[in-house]
Design a protein around this ligand. Sequence first.
Ligand code: 13P
Length: 259
Amino acid sequence: MARRPFIAGNWKMYKGPAEADTLAMALRRALVDVGAVDVAVAPPFVSLAVVGARLKHSGVHLAAQDLHPAAEGAFTGAVSGEMLKQAGCAYVIVGHSERRALFGEDDALVNQKVLAALRAGLLPILCVGETLAERDAGQERAVVTRQLEAGLRGVPADQLPSLTIAYEPVWAIGTGRSASPAQAQELHATIRAWLGAQYPAFVGASLRIQYGGSVKPANAAALLSQPDIDGALVGGASLDADDFFAIIRAAGGRPATAL
Ligand code: 13P
């Protein structure tokens, strides 16, 4: 089954509403035609509205970077999936390694967030990936399958194809040191084989697995040409419209034909 490439930009804690509007305008100019590629951007919560308005009907989907598991309640500072849906989000990133490492999110909470996203009608992008110490100890496969098993607990098989898995080795994030195409492909194949062993065949065949970690225009084509790499979750390079568009082109997006 052919999987549609999916390129998402995680803006992290960059671009408040004014700068986000400028970047969204630049994206809109570059992305007249994204072709056969699914594209999403995940600005900070406060910039969702302005980016959503700017990218309306552009073919670029809106994503959020996190959600709270509850639909509403006395959770000061939190935002629910239902609210994100109302704000125009199609996707939500769940379990990013920065959330796990810096905000204390464990596998159980990540699982609650995956279930909450589906309940709200959002498409979760579930992030998994090992640290450098875990890789040095030869634990990368065990870590990633543990994160998958826990993160996907209770998700019905027929809902799984609406998820995206993002394999993001922690040692490659923001370091300029991407996994090599072969290293990434190896883990993507591991993830797909694990899905194939746990679920009916259509799940492993149709679920998209993005690679994330120092994806740039210079390495995107080599990574995306791997058979089990279906797209990219891009951090730093997604803050530059030209770089982001170059990565989309590497995934098969067509160049802009008109302004
Ligand atoms: P960089 O592309 O900046 O390494 O970030 C990757 C990432 O964490 C995307 O979620």
